[in-house]
Ligand binder design. Sequence first.
Ligand SMILES: [Zn+2]
Length: 253
Amino acid sequence: MLFDTHAHYDEEQFDSDRYEVIESLKDSGVSLVMNPASNMASSFESVKLSEKYDFIYCAVGVHPHDSKEMKDDDFETLKSLTENKKVRAIGEIGLDYHYDFSPREIQRQRFYDQLCLARELDLPVIIHEREACKDCLDIVSAFKDLKGVFHCYSGSWETAKIILNMGWYLSFTGVVTFKNGRNAPEVATKMPEDRIMIETDSPYMAPAPLRGSRNDSRNLRYICAKVAQLRGISEERAAEITMTNGKNFFGIE
Ligand SMILES: [Zn+2]
């Protein structure tokens, strides 16, 4: 069975068939899903989904795209949401200098603030980083005591080593299957077995045969198969190690 460690079933792309898709997952070999939030409204929705389905866990937090909307009293709200046992991380949080939907200064401040919140609550963090590698590493380097995962990893092996040396994890999406992606396959091949996770990032990032279409967790098998091929192990083994790592990371029994 597979663990999709990053999928957004609260997004509007699933409004027409959300429950049908979710209810079809177990039959396609996906037995666990982590649903990270992207803003305050999505934090509430993610918690609701995790309450409805036993195999869905969630994270709460504000994505860098939405950090300009974040208010100081949102931290208390996030804190109270984490009292729900299905909330297993703060995320996704980070920096995105590709779109710059929020001013960089505000992105950095809210990223830092949410890392502090994760430390206070003793929760792991799910990191989104795009074209902001240096600033992102500068900020997280003060949080080596936290457990974190860089999701949708497609950075260099050099950067990966810095993250892995902090004891943190890397998670791979369909990018690992793209023909023009070089970094992700290299890192997925070289990195230690006990720190690798896989995810779809649904509804985004559909893997190679379906690139451009709406993604869902049923496509996780393509990513699992690619990771198995790269590492020279069976798909069953790749499923097993990514399941174990995901459960360890998010504290799921
Ligand atoms: Zn995401």
